[in-house]
Design a protein around this ligand. Structure first.
Ligand SMILES: O=C(O)CCC(=O)C(=O)O
Length: 259
């Protein structure tokens, strides 16, 4: 749809692949932001007037689950996201997510596993390859929550990926940074996390006629609730959907390794 021009101006972006590691395709929903100063002189951050499409319904389903399953707090219900489409050897260079977005935020991984690298100093060793102090695996279907020092002190990057991969990074905008004319999504308001054993679905709580059938049945519980990997000191929480996928978190210098 992006290629066919069926999306708003700033939703789809496909930079020219002028060297290894460059050229990741992105789709932005809810708002458009710059990683760096652009040709029009807009500084890094959320553009006040960038025309993008609203969050697709399926992404709103994911957001509701992220909050109801306690992955993100109800104070940080995402209202925007970026989809990164990496072909083999594409990367995302070291960065700290702009403070136009509140913390925590999270990224969900699809199609293939790769690693994300964290460190206050991430060094480029050659096109698409970096060294840093901490690497964490991002298995298919995993959710990585980034908060605290992991979001604000350490930079992060995804070095050149071994094969096609898609990630969706969900973030909530700082209210003062919302684009002009922004209208909050009505179906993302009033979300509350489930509490164990109770049906705290807000539509059930607020609507006396709503079904009282518990919707938090064992089958619907996410398997990864039992498989969390938490590194709260660094502000990084990784959750994986099941144990089929390997999980590795490395500490200490990661030297001249291809990630
Ligand atoms: O692809 C990823 O998992 C990370 C994406 C990311 O860092 C970003 O969108 O700012």
């Amino acid at each position: 749809m992006g290629k066919k021009g069926q999306l708003k101006d700033r939703t789809y972006s496909a930079p020219v692949k002028w060297m290894r590691g460059k050229g990741r395709v992105t789709l932005q929903f809810g708002c458009c932001y710059n990683y760096a100063l652009d040709r029009q002189g807009n500084p890094p951050g959320i553009l006040k007037n960038g025309a993008v499409d609203p969050l697709p319904d399926l992404f709103k389903v994911m957001i509701r689950r992220l909050v109801r399953w306690n992955v993100l707090p109800p104070t940080c219900v995402p209202d925007s996201c970026i989809v990164n489409i990496y072909e083999k050897d594409d990367c995302i260079p070291p960065h700290i997510d702009n403070h136009d977005f509140v913390r925590p935020f999270c990224t969900v991984s699809f199609l293939s596993e790769c690693e994300i690298l964290f460190g206050s100093k991430l060094t480029s060793v050659r096109a698409g390859e970096f060294t840093g102090s901490f690497a964490i695996a991002l298995p298919v279907g995993s959710v990585l929550v980034i908060n605290g020092n992991g979001a604000d002190v350490a930079k992060h990057c995804v070095p050149a990926v071994p094969s096609r991969r898609i990630s969706i990074t969900f973030r909530k905008m700082d209210e003062s940074k919302q684009p002009n004319g922004y209208v909050a999504e009505p179906d993302l308001q009033g979300l509350e996390p489930f509490s164990d054993g109770a049906d705290t679905n807000s539509s059930t709580k607020n609507n006396k006629n709503a079904s009282t059938r518990p919707i938090h049945t064992p089958l619907q519980r996410p398997a990864f609730e039992r498989e969390d990997r938490v590194d709260k000191g660094r502000g990084i929480i990784a959750e994986r959907p099941d144990s089929r996928y390997s999980s590795r978190a490395r500490q200490g210098p990661v030297n001249r390794r291809r990630f």
